[in-house]
Every structure is written in C-alpha cells, then in structure tokens.
Design a protein around this ligand. Sequence first.
Ligand SMILES: Nc1ncnc2c1ncn2[C@@H]1O[C@H](COP(=O)(O)OP(=O)(O)OP(=O)(O)O)[C@@H](O)[C@H]1O
Ligand SMILES: [Mg+2]
Length: 235
Amino acid sequence: MTVENAELLERLNEKEQSLEGLLKKTLAAQEEERRRLARELHDETSQILAAIMMNIDVVDRQLQSRKPYRARLKAVKALAEEAARNLNKVLLDLRPALLDELGLVEALRWYVSQMQEVWGLPVTIQAKKMPRLPEHVEMAAFRIAQEAVANAVRHGAPRSIRMKVAAPDGTVRVEVEDDGSGFDVAGAMAKARTGEAVGLLGMIERAELLGGRLEVQSQPGKGTRISAEIPIGGG
Ligand SMILES: Nc1ncnc2c1ncn2[C@@H]1O[C@H](COP(=O)(O)OP(=O)(O)OP(=O)(O)O)[C@@H](O)[C@H]1O
Ligand SMILES: [Mg+2]
C-alpha cells in the first residue's frame, strides 16, 4: 500500500515538474515574441509614422495659400499622431526596453511616469534602490506590477493606484494597491480557472514558478491589493 502510494506520489511529482517546465518555456517564448514584435514595431512602424508626419509638415508649408488642403492635411496629421500614440502604448506594454538597460526600479519608475504623463492615470510609485536582479526575476516582477496596474485601470476606476517596490532580505517585493471598486476574489479565481481570464492566474503563476507567492486581497467596494514576494535566487 505505502509502496504504491509512494510510486503514485512520485509520478504526480514528475507530472507537476514537467508541467512547470512547460509553463516556464511558454512564458519565455512569450517574452521572446514580445521582444521581437516590439523591435519590429519600433524599427519600422514608428519610423514610418514619423516620416508621414514630417512629410505632412513639408507639404503644409508648401500649401500656405491653399486653405482647404491645409485643413485636410491637418486632419491627416492628427490621425498619424493618434496612431503614433497608440503604437507607443502597445510598445510600452510589449517590451519595456528600459528593463534590460536600467533594471526593475528605473523601468517601473519610467512605466509609472508614462502612465501619469501620457495617459493621465493616477499612479504613483515608491521604490527602494536595489542592485540588478536576475533577468527572469526582474521580468516577473515587472509583469506582475504591470498587470496589477492594468487591472486596476481597466476594472476598478480608482482615484489612486500606489505601487511599492523593494528588495529586502533576498526577496523582491511588489505591491500594487488601488482604491477602486474591488471585486469578489473567489468568484474571479473560479472564472480564471475556466480559462476566461489570464491576468490574475498569470501573476500568481509567475510568482510561484520562481518559488515566490502572490496574494490578492480585494472586496467589492474596498479596493484591491496585490502583493508579490519573489526570492531573488529562485527559479
Ligand atoms: N484591481 C481590480 N479592481 C477591480 N476588479 C478587478 C481588479 N483586478 C481584477 N479584477 C476583476 O477580476 C477579474 C479577473 O482579472 P484578470 O486579470 O484575471 O482578468 P481580466 O483583466 O478580465 O482579463 P485579462 O486576461 O486580459 O487580464 C476581472 O475581470 C475583474 O472583474
Ligand atoms: Mg487582467
């Protein structure tokens, strides 16, 4: 009996490990794909849009005296500007180039400043200086913070969103708190397990894959707090 149990347990462990391996690979492939897409969009689409806008300015100067054309041109330029703004938003979500260059804290500061300045969102950040962390730890922490802010903005209509980042005692901690609508966590988790939504579960999986954990605290009418803790040497 016990021998059989031990065998079953071992098989279960093996299965769990291969699932975990698969998940890691999927996340890595996803990041790689985002990196590629971001590079392509930046190198090509952004440049083309910039060229369109420059050309519009040139034609505009040449058309000084022809009013109707100028009005039309202005409309075209507004469209191109709108496209450029949208593209920047996509790039911001896809691949935070600053994460590779400057590390977690600076990348998050930059992300938050973009959200504030460009999108007028009420996000603030309180971050403690920290050394560079392993790439996958920085990426997981960044993506968790990003999804938490995205959820707050999309679902919570909060007056403020506060992000805190620090790296005490060999772990990195990310906390995102909003004073928005809040939600029923058990209900959302049940929905998530059917595959309808991937955000919350994805955040939890990212943290757990690296030996960390993530807590979702929320109640309708009481805002939301996401706190993640990831060991720096993990994964
Ligand atoms: N900060 C928040 N404030 C209010 N509701 C939230 C918040 N975060 C999550 N929710 C609720 O929990 C649900 C599940 O969130 P989750 O991130 O898993 O999925 P989603 O955002 O709907 O879709 P996606 O897969 O694109 O992330 C949301 O649909 C929303 O109802
Ligand atoms: Mg989400």
